[in-house]
Ligand binder design. Structure first.
Ligand SMILES: Cc1cc2nc3c(=O)[nH]c(=O)nc-3n(C[C@H](O)[C@H](O)[C@H](O)COP(=O)(O)O)c2cc1C
Length: 252
């Protein structure tokens, strides 16, 4: 790699781009409608009601936040036991749950997000969760539901293959995949959107780690994956929506 490649990529980490943007011309300031807060779900898709995630975490959580922070670690070995639907609901609420709807175009969640734009969606490769057939799901945080996208007993194996063969992914009870829909953030921040989307994803995964600690579960952040294979697995187009980050979860 040449120095100019490094310079180009390091530029992404800076906020210099902001000086080059005419914010009076952003989609938001031109009065264009933003993309929906939650990706639309076709009416024919089967939905599964989730238990209240906040109540589940309060009921099942075993430790104070300080202890969860002190104990947090990446876990790559999982028991073969299933997660309960209540445990899954707690994790989904901790990572992307809706805290307050401010208006039809703005809502606050359990994680911070630049401009409260929340440009992420959560897909789940469910291997072993009580009451859910193995397969691909998407979290619908505004409805407290899962959309059942595909029943697939091989989903764990396929997810591991899409993660460059990281085998522990196949053994997880569930793997959370976070995709980005950049247009949600670009609407407000134009070319300054992309770095903050990546920053947002970090908060989401950290909440997952801490909620897992509290519930006696384990997770491992994964950012080394086959982009096209993951996008294909999730059924996203790889352009307007694409895989950004993921984390397998299981019982410790
Ligand atoms: C952005 C990011 C990407 C990561 N990607 C992977 C990965 O692809 N595979 C993996 O096994 N661990 C991955 N990890 C986990 C790190 O290896 C782990 O956090 C690090 O070794 C420190 O260990 P700890 O989390 O137990 O403190 C990733 C962690 C982060 C934050």
């Amino acid at each position: 790699m040449t120095d100019s490649h490094f310079k180009e990529n390091r530029f992404f980490l800076k906020d210099s781009i902001r000086q080059q943007i005419d914010f009076s011309r952003t989609d938001q300031n031109r009065g264009l409608p933003p993309p929906p807060l939650q990706a639309p779900c076709p009416p024919e898709v089967v939905r599964v009601d989730l238990p209240d995630g906040r109540a589940a975490l309060a009921r099942l959580g075993r430790m104070a936040v300080g202890e969860a922070i002190a104990r947090r670690e990446s876990v790559r070995h999982f028991q073969a036991t299933a997660l309960t639907l209540e445990e899954l609901a707690a994790l989904l609420w901790a990572t992307q749950g809706v805290r307050k709807v401010l208006s039809p175009i703005s809502a606050l969640r359990t994680v911070p997000s630049a401009g409260a734009r929340h440009a992420l969606e959560t897909y789940l490769a469910v291997n072993r969760v009580e009451g859910l057939p193995a397969g691909l799901y998407r979290y619908l945080p505004f409805d407290g539901q899962l959309a059942q996208l595909a029943i697939d007993p091989q989903i764990g194996r396929r997810a591991a293959a899409a993660c460059l063969g990281q085998r522990f992914v196949a053994l997880a009870a569930v793997t959370l995949f976070w995709t980005s829909i950049p247009a949600r953030m670009e609407w407000r921040y134009d070319l300054a959107a992309h770095k903050v989307i990546a920053l947002d994803a970090g908060h989401v995964c950290q909440n997952l780690y801490l909620a897992c600690e509290s519930l006696g579960l384990g997770a491992c952040a994964i950012a080394a994956y086959d982009q096209e294979a993951c996008d294909q697995l999730l059924g996203v187009d790889g352009d307007e929506e694409f895989t950004l980050y993921l984390a397998p979860v299981g019982k410790r």
